[in-house]
Design a protein around this ligand. Structure first.
Ligand code: S3P
Length: 186
């Protein structure tokens, strides 16, 4: 029997999805399992800029933050063997989506707004959720972003009823079957 060719044999793996979809927690655990180096894009930006995400939003606005985010993604995806947990809004820019498609296998971690809220709680580190009705905000963000997550994704994975450990286990198995990390250096 012929083996199926791997889907998009790219040099990096990127997790996209809304806030609270588990990109950071899953990314940390999954990277070890797949022999990749984990980078949380938000942490990378915070280190580079020397300010927290709320401070960056306060000083530079969302527009300024998105520029840091674009630069971080470009720098990270120039590398190989990375598992990047991208911030929830990274897919908004066309150039980011193109970078991801060209340089990575993209997994969309799906989650419903009510589950997001349970996972996130009242997190002061998420400036976009400092509103009177965070559930409504999450629903509005999802209406705009869901098609973009789908557009960029090689694989969609529903996390709604799964623990982080279960997501890693099941997603890891699927990735082992369908994705081969295509490094030019060993
Ligand atoms: C954002 C998501 C956050 C962070 C910033 C903006 C967004 O990352 O990048 O607060 O626009 O959805 P997480 O998705 O890791 O929470």
């Amino acid at each position: 029997m012929l083996a199926l060719p791997p889907m998009n044999p790219a040099p990096n793996l990127v997790l996209v999805g809304p806030m609270g979809s588990g990109k950071s927690a899953v990314g940390r655990r999954l990277a070890g399992r797949l022999g990749l180096t984990h980078v949380d894009a938000d942490h990378f930006i915070v280190e580079r800029v020397g300010a927290s995400i709320p401070e960056i939003f306060a000083r530079a606005g969302e527009r300024g933050f998105r520029e840091y985010e674009r630069a971080a993604l470009e720098e990270l995806l120039a590398g190989e063997g990375l598992l990047v947990s991208a911030g929830g809004g990274t897919v908004l820019r066309e150039d980011n989506r193109r970078q991801m498609r060209e340089r990575s296998f993209v997994v969309y971690l799906q989650v419903a707004p009510d589950v997001q809220l349970q996972r996130i709680g009242q997190d002061p580190n998420r400036p976009l959720l400092q509103t009177t009705d965070p559930c409504r905000t999450l629903t509005e963000l999802a209406a705009v972003r869901e098609p973009l997550y789908r557009e960029v994704a090689d694989l969609c994975f529903d996390t709604n009823h799964l623990s982080t450990a279960d997501v890693c286990l099941r997603l890891g198995t699927r990735l082992n079957r369908h994705w081969q990390c295509n490094r030019t250096t060993s």
